[in-house]
Design a protein around this ligand. Structure first.
Ligand SMILES: *Cc1c(COP(=O)(O)O)cnc(C)c1O
Length: 369
């Protein structure tokens, strides 16, 4: 196997992949309607389900598209005309869910919350108490905007208590932070191929409770391509997607799944955690601060406050790193000037140590150190 130039991606996905995942895409041309390809997609769907639930009761519906397409597929497909959803918005991705339901004119209640502090559960429960007619609740698992980890277990309990169907976007949590859909009362979970699963970009996963899927059968479709039930039923019957899937990306995904199973999600999270601890220690030693406290941190992406000196410029810092093989990421939160460092993908604490060395050099160059 030929080595491919290795770039250390410190953006929150697409992530650094193994060469075996990259090369898995180089296969003989194949028509995706062939049985061999159907078997490959079936393998992917079942194994993705297994990471978070029992395939007897849960099913993964696959979509060609980025992660947002899958979030849109779920939100546009599962809420009946007379339904009403509460969306927890504590960052850019929660806000995106609200934008989606607004486009589809779905009756929505927004629960706004801090992007850097834990959810106020008492305030949320009060809203649910007064929430006449609520049928669904949607939230982000790990808010990639800041690195805040939301307590989906606690919210899942409330959903069971108030008989709400629970939708979770775990795009940046899935395959690193353990999820148990049954124990957490989750009906629909959104994830994608290019984050912690360490595959290529282009496939979204809607992992659904089969009982929930049966309940949405009678909802009038609001769209064609993104209709969840239609995609589910067609795949169950034919082991094909209704429209052309990203063929080669699926071969990479299969390899990424095999490698995730070999490492295990628990060990992957340990590897990511060690990188994160190395990052926090190093950043602290350089006199920089970060936003979310350790207790509520995902250990997956860290928002670091930008150095407060005249010579600092994010784009210049980006280019300084990029030349040396590191891709860093801008901040995404109002009120704070931050940049973000993610520690997902096929990297480890030694890459973070190398990153910190370059950061130190940059900080000396701008007279911060
Ligand atoms: C990455 C991400 C998405 C999807 O982003 P795409 O660019 O559409 O792949 C959705 N939600 C969260 C929380 C994410 O981190």
């Amino acid at each position: 196997m030929k080595n491919v130039q290795r770039n250390v991606l410190l953006n929150p996905g697409p992530a650094t992949t193994t060469d075996s995942v990259k090369w898995a895409q180089v296969v003989p041309d194949i028509c995706p309607r062939e049985k061999e390809f159907g078997d490959l997609m079936e393998f992917c769907a079942t194994e993705i389900t297994r990471f978070v639930g029992d395939p007897e009761h849960y099913a993964t519906v696959l979509f060609g598209g980025s992660g947002t397409a899958t979030v849109e597929a779920i939100l546009s497909s599962v809420i009946p005309e007379e339904g009403k959803i509460l969306i927890i918005d504590n960052g850019a991705y929660g806000k995106r869910m609200c934008q989606i339901t607004a486009v589809y004119k779905i009756n929505t209640v927004v629960f706004k919350s801090s992007s850097i502090q834990a959810l106020d559960m008492a305030a949320l429960e009060e809203v649910l108490n007064n929430g006449e007619g609520l049928t669904h609740l949607a939230m982000i698992h790990h808010e990639t905007t800041t690195g805040l980890l939301n307590d989906i277990t606690a919210v899942g309990k409330l959903c069971a208590q108030y008989k709400l169907s629970f939708i979770v976007d775990s795009m940046s949590g899935f395959a690193a932070i353990p999820v148990d859909m049954k124990a957490m009362n989750i009906d629909y979970l959104a994830a994608s191929s290019n984050k912690n699963i360490q595959g290529m970009a282009g496939i979204g996963f809607a992992i659904c409770a089969k009982t929930a899927l049966e309940n949405i059968k009678s909802i009038a479709p609001r769209n064609l391509y993104l209709n969840l039930y239609a995609q589910y039923v067609y795949f169950e019957k034919t082991h094909q997607t209704r429209f052309t899937p990203p063929v080669q990306t699926f071969y990479a995904l299969k390899q990424a799944i095999v490698e995730t199973k070999a490492e295990t999600i628990e060990k992957r999270f340990e590897r990511y955690s060690r990188s994160w601890e190395t990052l926090l220690e190093g950043v602290g030693a350089l006199g920089l601060e970060y936003l979310v406290d350790k207790e509520h941190h995902s250990r997956i992406i860290t928002s670091i406050i930008e150095p407060n000196t005249a010579k600092y410029d994010f784009d210049e810092m980006h280019d300084f790193f990029f030349e040396k093989g590191f891709t860093i990421y801008p901040g995404k939160i109002n009120n704070y000037n931050t940049f973000r460092i993610s520690n997902i993908g096929q990297i480890d604490h030694t890459d973070i140590t190398a990153f910190l060395e370059v950061l130190k050099t940059y900080l000396v160059e701008i007279d911060y150190l």
